[in-house]
Every structure is written in C-alpha cells, then in structure tokens.
Design a protein around this ligand. Structure first.
Ligand SMILES: [Zn+2]
Ligand SMILES: [Zn+2]
Length: 325
C-alpha cells in the first residue's frame, strides 16, 4: 500500500477498506470516527423525531457479546461527549442482563453476568440482573428462538417501566438484523419482524433503539477491535450447527455481500418502507391504558376475548402467531 494515504485525512497510513470500494481506504482514526458517527447519528435521529430528550437515560440490553458491549461503550462515550458540550448531565444509563433466557442458567451465563457487572463498575453505569424465572413462574419447555427474542423484549419493556426510563437500547448490527428479517419473512412472521429489526420503534411511551443497525457486522467487529471493547465469546452451539436456519441465511448474506455490497442495506431499507399499520399491527396504535388488559409481549391493548393465556400472561393475536409459529 506504499504511496497511498487515507482517503479522508490524506495524512495517515490506510488500513481499512471503506464502503466506497477497494481504492478508498480509511486509516484507523478515520475509521473510528466514521463508525462512531454512524452510531451517534442513529441515536440523535431517534431523539429528534420523538418526545424523548437527549439527556434522558435508558436501559441497555447487554449479553456480554461483542455487539452489546460495543453499544454499551459507545453510549458511555456519547454520554460523556454530550455532558461536556451541553453541560447537562444525563439521567441514568442502566445495563440489564437477563439470565435464564433458555429457562435454565448455565455456567457460561454466570460468567458473562460477572463480566458485564465488572465492566459496568468501571464505566460508572448502573447494573441490574434480571432472571426469567422472576417473570415466568411456570416455566414451559425449552423456548424457541422467537420466544427468547419476544421474552427479552417483554422483560426489558417491563424493566423500563419499573425503572422509569423511556429508552431501551439493543445491539444488533445490519448483517444480523437483515438476516433476522429474511428469517421472519420466510417463517411467515412478517407482521412482527419490523418490531424486532427496526432502527427505531415506539411502543406506548417507550422508544426502542438499535443504533448499530447501520453498521455491517464486519464494521462493528473492527470497531470493537479498535475501540478495545472487551467482550465474552457467546455460546457456540447454534453457531456451529449446520441446520441452524439463521446461520445459513447469515452465511448467504455475507457471501453475496462480497460482490454486492449494498445487499444488506437494501434489505433493511425495503423493510423500512413497508407500512407498519397493517391490520395485524393495529393494536400497536392503541397503547393500553393502565386499567385495561395489555399484551404481555408488545404491551398494546387487548380488545378481543380471543386471547391466549400463555405462561407470560395474556398475549394479543399478532404476538400469539409468532409465539406459536
Ligand atoms: Zn485518516
Ligand atoms: Zn402483542
């Protein structure tokens, strides 16, 4: 690479291929700026279009994996930056670690929990551990992947209410969210997938954010490396199982992206264009009043008698479809 310089600063040694092609390379510092800006813009865009203020804290779903640890570190950076520039302290950032999403606590999970806790102490972030058993008294059989996602979502929504914060942050980069989207389309859960993969989503008075959604997984991995974000390796079972549909889809997406770089973002942009107020989504437009019955998963009002009573409480029709899929 002799003779060539970073295409942004024109000063430093180039190191990382940019989205603009093999001839446009970032130096490490410019790549760090680029990736952090993608994240920051996403958080700010959500804040500008909603009633939630920038200084408001929020809860962060952290598993200890690379994506959520990067999210945590960047939120800490953003908090520091905004406090310095606006002289207004942020309200609390609270990390929530959910134990037992497989309905049993594993040694790996305990390790990850301790790891996340120690990191929160270092970064002056509040830490809270929640166990699924606290929410589900009567544990059914081993949960499906869909149930785990919805369960996590339900628990975090309730925690946010309890802790009186209005923002919920999730990790999840473009590659994994595009993969999930294709997966849900294939499984017929299309009416719900955008709630699980959208960049911003309002449920009742909660604002749900996925600020890493505009970064490819390769970019997020490089960012975690250069920002020196510590993380734990997630359990390897589903990753090596060749029958795992999500893994097949992910490999397909990564493969096609080698030659067609914008594929992943095109999938996500297409999802964004699908109207969210389709018939099945209607309950979401009527967030439940406190005295009425609300769906345990999406928190929208339940207006028919035709509801299923699952272990997690009453669930509306659209969530029911996904849960029993
Ligand atoms: Zn540079
Ligand atoms: Zn629901």
């Amino acid at each position: 690479m002799s003779g060539q310089l970073c295409f942004k600063c024109h000063v430093s040694e180039p190191a990382i291929i940019s989205r603009e092609g093999k001839k446009k390379l970032y130096c490490v510092e410019c790549f760090k700026k680029f990736s952090f800006n993608v994240f920051r813009t996403s958080v700010q865009r959500a804040t500008l279009t909603d009633t939630v203020e920038a200084k408001e804290g929020g809860i962060i779903a952290v598993s200890g994996g690379r994506s959520s640890m990067l999210l945590l570190d960047w939120l800490c950076e953003l908090r520091e930056y905004q406090e310095k520039t606006t002289h207004t302290p942020w309200e609390d950032l609270i990390v929530v670690f959910v134990k037992g999403l497989d309905y049993e606590t594993t040694a790996w999970e305990n390790e990850a929990c301790d790891f996340v806790h120690d990191h929160c102490v270092k970064r002056h972030v509040k830490f809270r551990m929640v166990s699924v058993a606290e929410y589900l008294s009567d544990l059914p059989a081993k949960p499906l992947v869909e149930e785990r996602i919805l369960l996590l979502r339900m628990i975090l929504a309730k925690e946010a209410k309890l802790l009186q914060v209005r923002r919920v942050f999730y990790g999840g980069d473009a590659t994994s969210l595009a993969g999930l989207t294709l997966y849900y389309l294939a499984c017929g859960g299309a009416h719900l997938y955008w709630r699980i993969t959208s960049e911003h989503d309002v449920v009742g008075d909660l604002l749900i954010l996925r600020p890493l959604r505009n970064l490819l997984s390769s970019e997020a991995a490089l960012a975690a490396h250069f920002f020196q974000v510590p993380y734990v390796q997630t359990s390897a079972v589903s990753r090596t199982d060749p029958r795992n549909v999500k893994r097949v889809i992910r490999n397909f997406l990564c493969g096609i992206s080698v030659n067609f770089k914008s594929t992943i973002f095109n999938i996500l942009r297409t999802v964004d264009k699908i109207p969210h107020n389709e018939t099945l989504d209607r309950p979401l437009l009527h967030p439940a009043k406190s005295e009425s019955r609300s769906c345990a998963v999406c928190l929208s009002e339940i207006r028919t008698e035709n509801v299923d009573k699952l272990a997690l409480g009453e669930v509306c029709k659209s969530c029911q479809l996904v849960l029993t899929m």
